[in-house]
Design a protein around this ligand. Sequence first.
Ligand code: ZN
Length: 210
Amino acid sequence: MTSLAEETGAADRLLHSLRESQALLEGHFLLSSGRHAGRYVQCAKLLQHPELASNACKDLAAQAREVCGSDAPYDVVVGPAMGAVTMGFELARAMGVRGIFAERNPEGGFTLRRGFEINPGERVLVAEDVVTTGKSVKEVLVMLKEMGAGETAVASLVNRSGSENPFGENHRYFRLADLEVPSWEASDCPLCADGSVGPAIKPGSRPGLS
Ligand code: ZN
């Protein structure tokens, strides 16, 4: 089964941009959790380049319009801070709607500050750069329901959840690429066992330099 992003070439364009901006690294990495992985994804590295961010969000907006069969399927884009602040704003520009962000409550969940509002019945597209567990996005969806939002959907650049739609059938989920980022405990790491790729390094550090 091919996704719309694959059919339109949007998946290839995103992967090219991720590699070009070093947002997607291949090698042997030591993650902050202590686990080892053969890939590392950090979308902020792509999003620091306005043109790459703009192009990716235009592809995502085109997908949402095509799937929904409407030029204006959503009224506002909301992203959980910090990861989705830049991406959400760029997606809002591509959708031609306003873009706001939600902030984490000290007591749990997300809230709108800074005078941001969702009007009752507004159709909301929730933005996130990378969906891994989808936890932050799910918390924003709960916040939106409590605020009386209308239809809600989710859009991300990368889906690494391993699921077609971790948000359930009540929410459409748009994304440009599905990426697997398997990781292992150091003792089980096949790259360590292989030995030919060198020791695990922290992403962003250069092998041979300190
Ligand atoms: Zn390893």
